[in-house]
Structures are given as structure tokens and as C-alpha cells.
Design a binder for this molecule. Sequence first.
Ligand code: NAD
Length: 328
Amino acid sequence: MKILMYATLAPERKYIEQWSKKNNVEVKCVDERLNAKTVEWAKGFDGIDFQQTHSLEPIVYKKLHEYGIKQLTARMVGYDMIDFDLAKKYDLIVTNVPAYSPRAIAEMGLTQALQLVRKMGYYYQRMDKLDFRWAGLESTEIYNLTVGIIGAGHIGGATAQLYSLLGAQVLATDPVKHPELEAYLTYTDLDTILKESDIVTIHTPLDDSTANIFNAETFKKMKSTAYLINMARGGLVKTDDLIAALQKHEIAGAALDTLADEGQFFEKQAKPEDIPEDYKTLRAMPNVLISPHSAFYTDTAMKNMVEMGLDDVVAIVNGKRPHYPVIQ
Ligand code: NAD
């Protein structure tokens, strides 16, 4: 069996080699993303595996079908880059890796939130001017805070555990309740979370019902001292409204691992002309932290992502049921 793996990262390679040896399956790694041009490389392979946030062009589905490929395996949680009507039309079974390491993302969110709470951006801005005074930057301690989780699934649940263990009061809203999480959080509604939380942390999928759930109206309902953490998907937050809310001091700051327009410049060595104005505006704010969609990037996550994705490619190629099919 031969599998082509798109958009492989250097740190994944050792896990891919280990898996390939253990399973006696040839895996070819390429750096490029799966797109209209690179799909042609899949000819002659039994299966493919990719990770990217960029949408797959319609021709990709058609060509994979022509090459006899039976699956689309995204070795990541999100699958909003896939058009399920086209996948169905071309008999492609979609799989993802639903929980390669929720802690990886939860810990990044917590790290960023603590930096915001401790006003680190303001310190760095002062220190860049050789100003080492701390007056005016009084902070607080985490167990004084209420944290509101929007979407307590794998990552939101892990986030709840972390904050709860640090002594914060944790609220959550989610249409699906998980009784095992009630040791760490209290379920409530979105409006209560917006009104009461000092940290609001988003962990829902991006779909028609959640797109832009954070907008001008939502920000007005938040405490002016509250921080917004978005480790999920850029499209959940209306970026212009976030900028306006920050400029009007309707909220105190934000940490963003994802941006709605990140496809233009994340995941590459960008040129100045690639960088959108909204990013520049946000990046210049001392109360905003941006990371390049890297919350997932830990050793545990890399290993699980590689192994769980490839196991499902093999299952489908062998006509067996994959562990993680995405049914839409
Ligand atoms: P999950 O499916 O386990 O959990 C999502 C939860 O959101 C579910 O419990 C669902 O019921 C809930 N939900 C859906 N709509 C909601 C709404 N309107 N209000 C409140 N809750 C709602 O998903 P997950 O694995 O925890 O992933 C969460 C998000 O994190 C996804 O958007 C995913 O794409 C993103 N993600 C980001 C990174 C990164 O590196 N930044 C890595 C992995 C995943």
C-alpha cells in the first residue's frame, strides 16, 4: 500500500517514519497542500492524508475519484475545508482526527489568557521603550476570575478542567451536556456567560449557526474588563467588530490563534503585501495576542494526528470501517 501525505511538517516526519515501519506501508511526504495542482501527485497512490484550513477546490474531488482514491483524511479536527456534497458525489469517505490532543489547544488558550490577565503585552510595550515601571498595570489572580466556555466539547472540556484546577469559577454553554464535566463547570446560557465572565473562551466548530457569533452585539454584552480567547476558528468572530470593541474599550483584550482571513498569510513566510489591515491593527495592540493557528502544535498532538489519520486511511483502503468517519 502507498499513501501520499500532503502538507507534512518536519516535526511530523519521525512519527510518520515510525508508523510506516511498524505498519509496513509506504508513505510519501510532500510539503505542499492538497489543491488543484498537487492533487495530480495522488495518481498511483492508494490513499491520501492532508491537513490544511484552505478549502479544497472542486477539481480535487473529481481527480481523486478518477485516481481510484476512496477517502479524504484530514489529520486534524476541523473539516470545514471539505465540501461534503462533492465528497459524496465522488464517493470519498471523509475522516478526521477528532481529538488528537485537546490539552494542546486548551493549554495554549490558558497560556494566552494568563498573559493577557497579567498585562504582559503592556509590559513588553513599555520595556521596548526601556520603561521598566509597573505602576498602572495591576493584575489579578486566576482564582478570582469567572471563565465562560462557549462549546464544552473535547477542547472546551479540557479547558474547563484546567481553569477549574486553578481555582477559577467555570461556566459553560453547549447544546450537548456532558455530565462528567460537571465536576469542573456549571452549564448556563450564553447571555449569562457574556455578562459574568472575565475570560470568554470559544471552542465551538465553525458552521452556519456559529459563524460570527462574536459580533458588535455580543461584545456589548461582555464586561469591559473581560478577555476574549479564540482558539477555535477565525470565522466565529467578526474581526471588524472585535477591533471596534477593543478600540471602544468594550472589552479588555483578546487572544486569537485563528483569524477569519488567515488563509492569506498563515502557514507561510508571508510578504508584506499578503498581510491584511485587520491583522496589522490587531497586532499593534498591547492587549491583543495573536498566534499563527499553532495551538495544536505539541509533540503529543503531532504523534496522535499522524497515527490516527494514517490508521483510518489503511482501514478504508482495506475496505474496513474507519475509526473517525465524518458524517454530514
Ligand atoms: P468538539 O466537537 O469536541 O466540541 C465542540 C462543542 O461545541 C460541542 O460540544 C458542540 O456541542 C458545541 N457547540 C456547537 N455549537 C455551539 C453553540 N452555538 N454554542 C455552544 N456550543 C456549541 O470540538 P473540539 O475538538 O473541542 O474543537 C473545538 C474547536 O477548536 C473547533 O472549531 C476546531 O476546529 C478548533 N480547533 C482549533 C485548533 C487550533 O490549533 N487552534 C486545533 C484543533 C481544533
